[in-house]
Design a protein around this ligand. Structure first.
Ligand code: ZN
Length: 507
């Protein structure tokens, strides 16, 4: 009896300490959200300092040896509980995060952070001037620091594994390399077949669409998806993102181009998909380390599921297109649903990942993933990176970026993060989105009919029950297996692409 009491006390101490860490991180999220939405430009340097201070406090609190002791003392308690119980999962996930956090010295993380800020500044200038040489030496330091980060995890199979592990725990090069190679092999001929046809006409999306009306329409759409404006809000930003301050405060952001209809619309659906995930966490996870999403891959699977499998489906627009036409009568009054559907699903060999369609998108990711590995393995020097980039775009997508700004400098990731671990989540998310959706429709064949009626209740409930409510309890591999009964595979994604685009093209 006494030991049980003692255990309960220790568990309570652990959760109290962890919830302080979570509270500090949530406060940082508010500061970050403010920085990216409303903060005046000149507030940036003080805000950077404030965020740095909070990061240091939360890191110190989390890596306090007392937490390590409590985690150790609670080991047998954890083992006495079912694996999927909230208490056991909390101890397990806290230990995993703790073990990683204490392996990397705080001084190294601070150095990496400072370097990332410098490299980002250099990138912004180099990109504007189309001058890769101006950022090359900073990027060499990033590569060196990325290698040093991996050194804190001796015994890993591949140097990129610890970097991948940070955002996609449990994934590693020996799983991802063959998976992505297989995907590339399946996609290249599909892209070749589709692009041998005349491109879809998407001029209807490139007209003048006033911002206020665009925002009103996206508001309606995300609300119908189930995004709760009592527990969130949408604001404007430069690079759309989702962030949460608690389970009852999960915010989304978007950007509007008045000469393009698709940006605000699909980025809003995308971010609302991320938000539904965290809003759907079980309330008992509030303020614990189990709140949130499993990994960047699983998180992306939810945003892409809503953005592409739902938001770019024909059924979705059977319902919403007449409403959209009502808002933009002058621009879309003479455009049929079919023409609009084809415009939002135009497939093209393009230079920019963020603008890529769902068929070619993963080819962009595979290029970055392979180049990251080559750099970490010492097979590709930074000075040869722009040419290696051009070469891969030539061979995989059949186009060559005319400038490095549109090539190797287009994504911010390497220039404000690490080399390694930055891109795999996007493709993992695309693959999982198809695998989850296929399973949902198998369980509830009425889902597509509901979507045609603008009703997402069954799909939303299924996602909540099977994925959202568990927060971070499981690994991505466990989640895919539990939900779909199979390991992660490229097959559902390829089936989805073949079925959808097979309507218009012989592929
Ligand atoms: Zn996303």
């Amino acid at each position: 009896m006494q030991t049980l009491d003692k255990t309960q006390t220790k568990f309570a101490q652990l959760t109290a300490r962890l919830s302080e860490v979570i509270d500090i991180e949530s406060a940082s999220s508010v500061l970050y959200w403010d920085q990216a939405t409303y903060m005046p430009a000149k507030g940036a340097s003080a805000r950077g300092r404030q965020l740095g201070t909070l990061k240091q406090i939360s890191h110190e609190k989390f890596t306090d040896p007392k937490i390590g002791e409590l985690l150790e003392d609670l080991r047998s308690y954890e083992q006495s509980l079912p694996y999927d119980s909230t208490a056991a999962s909390l101890i397990r996930i806290a230990r995993r995060d703790y073990d990683r956090a204490v392996k990397v010295p705080a001084a190294f993380m601070a150095k990496l952070c400072r370097h990332q800020a410098d490299c980002y500044e250099a990138w912004a200038v180099a990109k504007a001037d189309n001058n890769f040489a101006a950022v090359a030496s900073e990027l060499e330091t990033t590569l060196e620091l990325s290698r040093q980060y991996a050194d804190f995890f001796p015994g890993c199979e591949h140097i990129a594994d610890p970097l991948i592990d940070r955002s996609d725990y449990g994934m590693k090069v020996s799983i991802l390399r063959p998976l992505f190679a297989q995907l590339r092999q399946a996609l290249v001929p599909i892209v070749e077949a589709i692009t041998s046809y005349p491109p879809a006409d998407d001029s209807c999306l490139q007209q003048e669409f006033p911002a206020a009306q665009q925002l009103e329409f996206t508001h309606t759409v995300v609300e119908r998806m189930g995004y709760d404006f009592q527990r969130g809000r949408q604001d404007l930003t430069l690079h759309p993102f989702m962030t949460s301050m608690s389970i009852d405060d999960v915010r989304i952001t978007t950007r509007v181009y008045e000469d393009r209809l698709d940006q605000a619309l699909f980025s809003s659906i995308h971010e609302a998909g991320h938000a539904l995930y965290e809003l759907g966490n079980s309330p008992e996870l509030e303020g614990t380390m189990l709140a949130g999403g499993i990994s960047s891959g699983v998180h992306e699977s939810q945003s892409r599921l809503w953005e592409n499998l739902v938001g770019r489906s024909r059924g979705f627009w059977e319902c919403f297109y007449p409403q959209l036409q009502g808002v933009f009568l002058r621009q879309l009054g003479n455009i049929t649903t079919d023409r609009f559907y084809r415009a939002i699903n135009k497939v093209a060999r393009s230079l920019v990942r963020t603008d890529a369609d769902e068929v070619t998108y993963n080819l962009h990711v595979a290029i970055r993933f392979d180049l990251e590995l080559a750099m970490l393995e010492g097979k590709l020097a930074i000075r040869d990176l722009p040419e290696a980039w051009r070469e891969r775009y030539r061979s995989d997508l059949g186009i060559v970026p005319p400038t490095d700004s549109e090539g190797v400098m287009q994504d911010v990731h390497w220039y404000c993060g690490t080399i390694g671990g930055m891109f795999q989540g996007y493709t993992l998310g695309n693959l999982m989105s198809a695998q989850f959706y296929e399973t949902a429709v198998k369980a509830h064949p009425e889902i597509p009919v509901e979507i045609e009626q603008g009703n997402f209740d069954i799909l939303h409930k299924w996602l909540k029950q099977n994925i959202y409510q568990d927060g971070r309890k499981y690994t991505a591999a466990e989640m895919v297996d539990r939900v779909t009964g199979s390991p992660l595979s490229i097959d559902p994604f390829i089936r989805y692409i073949r079925h959808k685009y097979g309507e218009f093209y012989v592929i």
